[in-house]
Design a protein around this ligand. Structure first.
Ligand code: BGC
Length: 357
């Protein structure tokens, strides 16, 4: 079934051959459109203007549901990942003396929620007002090895200020780790328009969490200053990526968590990153309440994936800016807590704001 389609008002629905899978289009007065499907609560497209007003789709994606279902190399294009985004070492953790063993799907480790994570399930969906779609999923106690029934709501809103706002809300009936994020790959020239190495990235972070060869954090927080990981001032992603550096070798490029500079209150919406592409003039700002951001520059895109418009996604043809808690936090006592207790609310917001320069 095709995920493309002509729609006529702000928040609209297109049905598919799979009865329960739908595609929703959010559109604002600036002409920005964002499409989301309830398969994986996935962003399938983000069409924004360049500085001349020409529109292009800046999010990588497939043009049919089977692309998402059968993604062999599992790039998680546009999806909500969870219950725990990124890695948990050996898929193991302990809460209150109880050992839990998760599904392992990344060598010996657990990645992005396991074999059937939130990116591969069908969510309930509801159009809310004229510019929001709310997705709901109940992850069962024991799913992928996690304790507790986790009730999750993810709401996408496209504002007239040209922002895509993602609100996450979850509750549980047993203590469980939770770390939700969105895995959109951006290319501000347009999807399929080559590599992102010339994009200028700023990350508002003085430190990052170095990893071992399996991309599991060592537990340290290393200052970025004087390293290729220093994005405190905007620089081209490709500028230092070729430097001889063990962390870049482990990540095969950038695939790390940055520790965001926060204000006085940890959980406030603050600027995490900016991304600029000179030829189009597209500029994107990322704001989040989360303490970290995974900057992953598409190192595993190998040039064997054809995108929705038939163009090949080359090596580093898209980059992710995944707002999150730090990887492997359930096993790292010095990292901010990721265990949600019954009676508490997991509540967090991330905003991607589009403009031109
Ligand atoms: C991870 C990468 C992984 C990619 C796609 C990113 O969030 O950090 O290591 O390859 O997702 O699975």
């Amino acid at each position: 079934m095709s995920l493309a389609g002509v729609l006529t008002c702000s928040a609209e629905v297109e049905t598919s051959d799979f009865d329960d899978i739908k595609l929703y289009t959010l559109r604002n007065k600036a002409g920005t459109t964002v499409k989301v499907t309830n398969y994986g609560a996935t962003v399938t497209s983000m069409v924004t203007a360049d500085r001349q007003g020409n529109m292009a789709d800046i999010a990588l994606g497939y043009n049919d549901v089977s692309g998402y279902m059968n993604a062999v190399d599992k790039p998680y294009l546009g999806a909500i990942v969870g219950r725990y985004g990124n890695r948990i070492a050996k898929g193991e953790f302990n809460i209150d003396g109880i050992d839990y063993k998760l599904a392992t799907n990344n060598d010996a480790n657990h990645l992005h929620g396991g074999v059937i994570g939130f990116d591969k399930v069908v969510w309930d969906a509801k159009v809310v007002g004229s510019n929001s779609v709310a997705f709901h999923y109940l992850a069962k106690d024991g799913e992928e090895g996690y304790p507790g029934n986790l009730d999750i709501n993810v709401t996408y809103t496209l504002t007239e200020a040209n922002e895509l706002k993602i609100d996450y809300l979850a509750t549980t009936d047993k203590k469980t780790p939770v770390n939700l994020t969105n895995h959109t790959y951006f290319n501000l020239k347009g999807e399929g328009e080559g590599s992102i190495l010339d994009h200028q990235l700023m990350i508002n972070a003085k430190g990052f969490t170095p990893v071992d060869s399996g991309l599991i954090p060592t537990g340290e927080i290393t200052p970025v200053s004087g390293t290729p990981f220093d994005f405190t001032s905007a620089k081209a992603i490709g500028r230092d990526i070729g430097e001889k550096n063990q962390q870049l070798e482990y990540g095969l490029g950038y695939d790390h968590n940055w520790v965001l500079n926060k204000g006085e209150k940890d959980e406030q919406l603050t600027l995490a990153a900016t991304l600029y592409e000179q030829s189009s003039g597209r500029f994107m700002e990322v704001f989040t309440e989360e303490p970290g951001i995974q900057f992953y520059c598409g190192n595993f895109l190998a040039g064997n994936l054809k995108g929705k418009s038939g163009k090949t996604y080359v090596h580093r043809g898209g980059l992710c800016l995944e707002t999150q808690h730090y990887p492997d936090s359930p096993n790292q006592s010095t990292f901010p807590n990721t265990i949600l207790n019954p009676g508490e609310k997991y509540k967090t917001t991330t905003v991607y704001k589009f403009s031109t320069k």
